[in-house]
Design a protein around this ligand. Structure first.
Ligand code: HEM
Length: 415
């Protein structure tokens, strides 16, 4: 779904509506006039209301949390936190209440009440979303073990996993996405300060995706292997979209989701040494336009994949180890998930190769009917696999959105 379009959940404010509607520019980016919640003589002059990309706005409150169905923004920060031993359940309530209030203001482009650091001062909300998730360990630390859903059990070990525990798991997950990196980092800094004395950061990862407007028309994004990635995702307009992506219980999680995160490093130097036609066979789609190799020269990105199609020599058009064959719902008992990944490139490893790849994120109604069976097959039979290293992993329950005046997780903590 193009970012900012109404998502049918009564939450988003359309970027087009903001830009094109009466009062454009008034609804967002109201930075100034208030400074850290107080009028101040030292406050900088109000910045002009942003237009264009900066004006994009996704309301924080609503039936669903933001950062799931909206298209991935240009920049993302993932931060996992562990609750400090003294915090307990009341500390978690304080934290989530404070985080939700700050996220609401930042999503509206307003300065926060506490800890405003001016990093985003000149920018509008830039389609900022803040998404909160709960890890399995959070429930023991807050006396809520009996309310932990069984779907939040640890993921199984997969063949080839090389997971770094220091960059995996966590009690809490915060995803901050925005079309401006400074806006995203501003939010992370604010949320981190609000966590002081309650929760400590465990790991943090930064990712990026195509900046809206960089291409001549809205197109599916590409990953660092150069492939169009995201074509066969479930679409919000699909009749079974909610059943695939959103959980139906327990009560506090009804309408929420489960997210699986994987830091997947790509062996890009090796990958780029492969001729393009071999790269395409390993995925099952053309690089140029994402068309399935089963569709012939006239196929396009959205031509349906035909796993039974053959080449003139009788071989399968989509090879037995092609990624799209091994990952397809039809060969995984219908397993489906909404992939919403970002690229990362964090400099060089000691051997000079790039520390780069995909921050893979998949939202689903139940990981045992989504990520787990697919990854089990990919780890054994995916042609891409020898160019990938799974280095970190986490699973979080993502509660539904909070209504205005409430905070994310309130039904669990106060229900
Ligand atoms: C760095 C690692 C990965 C890369 C580069 C990658 C790349 C791609 C590409 C290019 C496509 C085809 C376009 C599309 O439909 O989106 C695709 C499809 C898909 N991928 Fe991946 N992928 C990766 C990891 C994963 C993982 C870990 C999973 C799940 C365990 C996964 C599940 C899927 C699924 C379900 C599809 C759609 C298959 C279909 O129905 O046609 N991918 N991926």
């Amino acid at each position: 779904m193009p970012r900012g379009e109404a998502d049918g959940e009564g939450r988003s404010v359309s970027r087009r509506a903001v830009l094109g509607g009466a009062g454009a520019g008034l609804a967002v980016g109201a930075v100034g006039g208030v400074w850290g919640g107080r009028a101040s003589a030292a406050a900088p002059a109000p910045a002009p209301a942003p237009v264009g990309l900066g004006a994009g706005r996704v309301a924080f409150h609503g039936v669903r949390q933001g950062g799931i169905v909206e298209a991935g923004q240009a920049w993302v920060e993932w931060v996992a936190f562990d609750l400090l031993p003294a915090a307990g359940r009341s500390g978690l309530v304080t934290l989530l209440r404070g985080w939700s209030a700050a996220a609401e203001r930042m999503a509206a482009g307003e300065p926060v009440e506490q800890g405003e650091n001016q990093i985003a001062l000149d920018a509008g909300p830039s389609s900022l979303t803040v998404t909160f998730g709960f890890g399995a360990t959070l429930f023991d630390k807050t006396g809520l073990a009996n309310r932990r859903p069984e779907q939040l059990a640890a993921l199984p070990a997969f063949p080839g996993d090389a997971l770094d525990p220091a960059r995996s798991d966590g009690d809490l997950w915060v995803q901050v996405g925005a079309d401006d990196a400074l806006v995203a980092v501003h939010a992370v800094r604010v949320l981190r300060r609000l966590a002081a004395g309650l929760a400590a950061p465990r790991w943090q990862m930064s990712g990026f995706a195509r900046t809206p407007g960089a291409a001549a028309r809205p197109v599916t994004g590409r990953n660092l292997m150069g492939q169009i990635d995201g074509t066969n995702n479930p679409k919000p307009s699909d009749p079974d979209f909610a059943a695939k992506v959103f959980a139906t219980g327990p009560g506090w999680l009804d309408g929420g989701s489960y997210v699986v995160l994987r830091r997947i490093r790509m062996l890009l130097d090796d990958w780029e040494n492969l001729p393009t036609d071999r790269q395409e066979r390993l995925v099952g789609r053309r690089k140029r336009d994402g068309a399935p190799l089963s569709g012939g020269p006239d196929a396009g990105e959205h031509t349906a994949v035909d796993l039974a199609a053959t080449n003139p020599d009788g071989t399968l058009a989509i090879a037995p180890d092609a990624h799209v064959r091994v990952a397809a719902p039809s060969v995984n008992g219908g397993a489906a998930m909404l992939r919403r990944g970002f690229s990362f490139h964090e400099g060089l490893l000691p051997d000079g190769s790039p520390d780069a790849g995909l921050l893979f994120a998949a939202f689903q109604a139940d990981p045992a009917r989504g990520f787990v069976p697919v990854q089990q097959r990919l780890a054994r039979g995916d042609g891409l696999f020898r160019f990938l290293r799974h280095e970190a992993s986490a699973l979080f329950a993502v509660p539904p959105g909070a209504p205005a005046g409430g905070y994310v997780g309130q039904p669990l903590l106060e229900g």
